[in-house]
Design a protein around this ligand. Structure first.
Ligand code: CO
Length: 467
């Protein structure tokens, strides 16, 4: 059989710690192992974006841009990847196009090679600005499809989406299975269909939550999947990804052999093992996160959402309502046009399900964000929301059908002025743009510590793109 080595993106420095330890891995824990990770020959290292940006500023009191530049310097040979939430960038609202474009420029200038861009609703209009900006800067734009199950999410639906993604100028496609819903034989079907429909590479991203993920990768790779996402074993499994070493071993001496050095991987794992132990001891890593949770398949709810629900219900002294809420989630999702559950829709649907159950009546209380979904503020839902649901939730309020960002005027100039007080580098304006309050607190902390942005690292990026 013809050799077709599978490529691996290692997520240890981004998704794995976001999924297992609330995104709390500090940069100082990453730097010492980078040179070894750089030797493996990974397709890419996922190191930035997602929740890491927010967590750096808010909890770790670190400059996310400095983190990126230090990682870039520590792993010069390997491509670096980030996760980007389309028009939401790394925040929780839609931003104007000029901010999205500037963020893409700066991410690439500071060391990112591949930008994985997704939209919670799979509304392609919310991805176009970021893809075009990445193309312009000669970055690799990967568009991720938020994978979900429903009567409308058929193979034909995914094939059409993949064709649209290829046509919009993306360099590759990722199936982003954030909840671990993709079971092995369905993966075979899906990857086979997509490989037959588009020419650009297909990558698969899943989580181990439901326990099927490594089998899913096996079938996906046999079906032609080009790249899979894994994490080093100490930060793998549970709500994280399948283990890197396990997948490498599984494909050894087959046509899909990665050729990676198992000794080297074992040394890298050895480095991360004490960090895992430390997280278990401090309680940051909850052993519950590491076990198989079959509810995710039954209720199609991402693992992170389940743990959020438990703590939300605890606060309300309504833990006994857990299963009622779980059953309510798919109903709310259906009412909202079968939207996928991923940041921020997972929180919005989860909250609304809680409100419905606690109020004892559907949509008696409705969150502002849930109204936003119905109004079209987040984009177009996979199927239109029924007139009845619209009427119940927003009455006669106006809905929008355009791309939400079309209603946002350019805002970069204004943000530059507002954020100027503490800015030590161009990038600070973008931190401020995404999280005005949190970034300001971080800048004040930085001033108080008399810390300066490292000019040797910052210079290159700033010269490339002066404000
Ligand atoms: Co993920």
């Amino acid at each position: 059989m013809e050799k077709r080595p599978v490529k691996i993106m290692d997520t240890t420095l981004r998704d794995s710690h976001q999924s297992l330890i609330a995104t709390r891995m500090p940069t100082e824990d990453m730097l010492p192992i980078l040179s070894k990770m750089d030797q493996v020959g990974f397709h890419a290292l996922e190191v930035w974006g997602g929740a890491t940006f927010d967590a750096c500023l808010r909890f770790l009191k670190e400059d996310p841009w400095e983190r990126l530049r230090k990682i870039r310097a520590g792993a010069p040979k390997t491509k670096l990847q980030m996760l980007f939430r389309g028009q939401n960038i790394l925040g929780y609202r839609h931003y104007a196009d000029d901010v999205v474009e500037y963020f893409v420029q700066k991410s690439l200038a500071n060391g990112i090679d591949i930008i994985r861009i997704f939209d919670a609703l799979n509304d392609m209009r919310n991805l176009q600005t970021a893809v075009t900006a990445s193309n312009k800067e000669k970055g690799h734009a990967q568009v991720a499809i938020s994978y979900t199950l429903s009567e409308v999410h058929t193979l034909e639906y995914y094939i059409q989406l993949a064709k649209d993604i290829e046509n919009m100028g993306a360099n590759s496609i990722c199936i982003k299975d954030m909840a671990g819903l993709l079971v092995p034989y369905k993966a075979d079907e899906l990857i086979t269909a997509l490989k037959g429909a588009v020419k650009i590479p297909i990558q698969l991203h899943t989580h181990y939550t439901s326990g099927v993920a490594s089998m899913t990768y096996l079938k996906a790779v046999e079906a032609g999947c080009d790249v899979i996402d894994t994490a080093m074993s100490p930060f793998a499994l549970g709500t994280s990804q399948p283990a890197t070493e396990v997948m490498v071993a599984a494909f050894k001496d087959t046509p899909y052999d990665t050729g990676y050095d198992m000794e080297l991987l074992s040394e890298i794992a050895e480095y991360f093992r004490p960090l895992r132990e430390k997280a278990l001891e401090s309680g940051l890593l909850n052993p519950k996160m590491l076990s198989v949770d079959i509810n995710t398949l039954l209720y199609q709810v991402p693992g992170g959402m389940l743990s959020n629900l438990v703590s939300q219900l605890k606060q309300q002294n309504a833990e006994d309502k857990f299963y009622d809420v779980l059953q309510e989630i798919p109903r709310v999702r259906e009412d909202f046009g079968f939207i996928p559950l991923v940041t921020p829709t997972s929180q919005i649907v989860g909250n609304q399900a809680v409100l419905n159950v606690l109020a004892g009546q559907r949509y008696k209380m409705v969150s502002k964000e849930a109204k936003g979904i119905v109004k079209g503020d987040y984009g177009e839902t996979p199927v239109p929301i029924s007139d009845e649901v619209v009427k119940t939730i927003i009455g006669n309020e106006t809905r929008i059908t355009c791309r939400p960002a079309d209603n946002i005027k350019p805002e970069l100039e204004k943000l530059k002025k507002e954020g100027a007080t503490y800015a030590q580098q161009d990038e600070d304006i973008l931190s401020y743009a995404l999280f005005p309050q949190v970034a300001t607190e971080f800048f004040e902390y930085r001033e108080a510590q008399q810390t300066k942005v490292d000019p040797t690292l910052a210079d290159k990026a700033n010269k490339a793109y002066p404000i």
